[in-house]
Design a protein around this ligand. Sequence first.
Ligand code: DQA
Length: 140
Amino acid sequence: MKKILILNGPNLNLLGTREPEVYGNLSIADWLKLASERFSDVELIHHQSNVEGELINILHQYGFEVDGIVFNPGAYTHTSIALADAIKAIPAPVVEVHISNVHQREEFRRHSFISPVAKGVIGGLGLRGYDLAVEYLKDL
Ligand code: DQA
């Protein structure tokens, strides 16, 4: 069975209650429940951290064993060279996912340190983007 890590960065623990007009009403727990039914042929592992170093440790821990990583780095997308280096250091393909369309928002959200080292990027499709990333990674 393919193993895929869903990794969420800062503030994404508040999905469902955080700015619902931007990020929607579904919590990660809700999404995981739906996704585990939809992708019954995949082992989905979920981690979330608000701490940059913890996200790096999780990438190191899983990056050598899973078949792919769906990564929403939250605001670290726009700031973190360390996360980009961690992705470069692991063999697992990473799909960068954003719930909102970062290009429709503030100027500072347009730059990503993650995109150049990600296999692909999905944004603006809500949590549907996570499904599409899993769909892609499981068939790789
Ligand atoms: C986000 C977009 C980021 O700019 C923001 O800081 C987030 C969430 C998204 O999923 O749309 O925390 O990654």
